[in-house]
Design a protein around this ligand. Structure first.
Ligand SMILES: [Zn+2]
Length: 150
């Protein structure tokens, strides 16, 4: 599953770059357009794949190699979609969970959806200029609770 690793790395490096970057919204709108184009293309490929299967099965001319080729094309688009999606998430100070694909806050330690430890945990939010009022909030610790069974 190298794709997901790449996505995480992209998300992290994108997040690091963004801090020094002006005009983020330009990139964000470009990424959004890119995502919707990819999404449209994926849907188009599905339709094409379905049509190919329908017609070739009826005619008895289905070729596994051609099917595999079409499927690989869709996988490739999904990989691009994931990468762009992760970049967009990073621009919005979000990170894509490697476990479930949900978008979490960049400073989150664990995914609130699937509970996976997020690899950005050690990085957390970089301190920008010192905030005058710092609300030192301790991260919620698990309440000490023991399950007792009778
Ligand atoms: Zn998750």
């Amino acid at each position: 599953m190298g794709i997901l690793d790449d996505v995480v790395i992209n998300a992290k490096s994108a997040a690091q770059t963004v801090g020094k970057m002006a005009g983020q919204f330009v990139d964000m709108s470009k990424l959004r357009i890119n995502l919707s184009e990819l999404n449209g293309e994926i849907n188009r490929r599905y339709q094409e794949l379905g049509q190919y299967i329908y017609e070739s099965k009826k005619a008895g001319t289905t070729e596994e190699a051609e099917l595999a080729d079409k499927i690989a094309g869709i996988d490739d688009l999904y990989a691009q979609f994931a990468a762009v999606s992760a970049q967009l998430a990073a621009l919005q100070n979000k990170v894509t969970c490697p476990g479930c694909g949900k978008q979490m806050d960049l400073d989150a330690t664990f995914c609130s959806h699937c509970g996976m430890k997020l690899s950005n945990a050690e990085k957390a939010a970089e301190p920008e200029e010192a905030n005058c009022d710092e609300a030192a909030e301790e991260p919620a610790e698990a309440p000490e609770e023991e399950t007792k069974e009778d």
